[in-house]
Design a protein. Structure first.
Length: 432
């Protein structure tokens, strides 16, 4: 058997195997690249769906919790309602009236304990208290119309924002976005996506398996060619011993027939490889076209998402305005309550002042009575002292008449014949 034929078979096996491996390797790279693109696109869609869900939750929270729950129910219908503001106004007017009436009472109450400097300058209890906070609530009441105007503006802005979010955002743009994603990007409802992400990967795997099977058969053919070539070399070098071994010779011939037959089929096998590769390329082109179309849809979806996010940002700016007005109104209400407490405390102080003044008048009367009692006691004392003094002078005279001629004057200098009173009394009684 000619060794050149064996060499030809071996070279053919190598050439076809190498060519098949090269085109299969190139095809494998394309498949892996496409798989990565599909995986990346799936991740991109998952991210879009996640963003969509976040936007829906944020929009629902904005509409249900912030607008309806907080602004409408808690503020516009609660803290900022007409009843609430009217009650606040009534409370302030009540305490303003109370403090003004109390101040009027103080002005009409003359201090009888102090003499006026002139006839027209009577001193009243109002002269002893400060009146700087008397109009505190009156000034606040004047601001109520302005606060009501702010609240009316909020009502108008709220109604506009509520309609805008409901009609433009939720019923229009969000529904369009959900419908578009559900129709074009939902892998559970879109037939093309189901095919692309379930059937298509299996199809590629089957084609890869076919290529692998073909490459394995080419590799096996190469191994047989190599074995045949090596056996042929041994046969030439050991022709006698090989001829004696009929069994090995039969195996050799059988292998030769297989190799020869397979060699004839190599072009057909390579064509089969190319056909499979062509099928792969068709699938890849279909996938690329599909991804290109879907990528355009993704860009369209992202554009819609950006518009919605822009709207949400704008609505947030509106809410910041609401927050500023909320702070303004709440600060005003808090200051009203603080001022009412100041007036309430001032009213209590004025009442206590009046009560203490009445007690002071009683104290003044008590002191006057004591003064009169002291004056009476002192007059009685003076009368008793006068009696004692008269009796004392009489007894001094009798003493001198009985003993004066017998006692020298210096035995009790300046006193023995002194008729001055034994006491001096100086007192004053405060006139109250």
């Amino acid at each position: 058997m000619d060794s050149s034929n064996l060499k030809h078979y071996l070279n053919n096996a190598i050439n076809y195997l190498v060519e098949a491996q090269l085109i299969c390797y190139d095809c494998s790279l394309k498949i892996n690249t496409q798989r990565k693109q599909l995986s990346g696109w799936q991740n991109k869609v998952r991210k879009i769906v996640f963003i969509q869900d976040c936007i829906i939750k944020q929009s629902e929270y904005l509409y249900e919790n912030v607008l309806h729950g907080r602004i409408e129910n808690s503020l516009l219908k609660g803290e900022w309602s007409k009843d609430s503001l009217n009650q606040l106004t009534e409370d302030m007017e009540f305490w303003q009236s109370k403090i003004e009436e109390k101040m009027k009472e103080l002005k009409n109450t003359q201090n009888v304990l102090v003499k006026p400097q002139n006839k027209s300058g009577a001193v009243t209890l109002a002269d002893y208290v400060t009146g700087e906070n008397i109009t505190l609530l009156r000034d606040k009441i004047k601001e109520i119309p302005s606060i009501k105007k702010h609240i009316n503006n909020i009502h108008i802005q709220y109604d506009e924002l509520n309609l805008t979010i409901k009609n433009k955002l939720i019923d229009n743009r969000l529904n369009e976005l959900k419908s578009l994603i559900r129709k074009e990007l939902n892998p559970y409802s879109n037939k093309d996506l189901i095919s692309m992400f379930t059937l298509y990967p299996k199809q590629l795997s089957d084609l890869e398996d076919d290529l692998g099977t073909i490459l394995l058969s080419l590799t096996n053919h190469f191994d047989r060619c190599k074995m045949l070539f090596e056996n042929g070399q041994k046969k030439e070098n050991n022709s006698d011993s090989l001829a004696d071994n009929k069994k090995e010779s039969n195996n050799y011939m059988e292998l030769y027939k297989i190799v020869k037959k397979d060699d004839e089929e190599l072009p057909s096998i390579l064509n089969t490889v190319k056909e499979v590769i062509n099928d792969v390329n068709i699938s890849l082109n279909k996938s690329r076209k599909f991804l290109t179309e879907k990528e355009n849809i993704v860009h369209h979806v992202k554009s819609k998402i950006n518009k919605i996010l822009s709207d949400l940002k704008k609505y947030n700016e509106y809410l910041i305005v609401f927050q500023d007005i909320y702070n303004l109104i709440n600060n005003f209400k808090d200051s009203c309550k603080q001022d009412m407490k100041i007036i309430h405390d001032l009213f209590d102080f004025y009442e206590q002042f009046q009560k203490s003044y009445k007690n002071l008048l009683k104290e003044a009367d008590r002191r006057r009575k004591i003064s009169l009692e002291i004056q009476s006691i002192l007059r009685e004392c003076e009368n008793e002292l006068k009696k004692l003094e008269i009796e004392d002078i009489s007894k001094r005279k009798r003493f001198l008449e009985d003993n004066g001629n017998f006692l020298p004057g210096n035995i009790w200098p300046n006193e023995i014949d002194n008729f001055e009173s034994l006491y001096t009394i100086e007192y004053s009684i405060k006139k109250l």
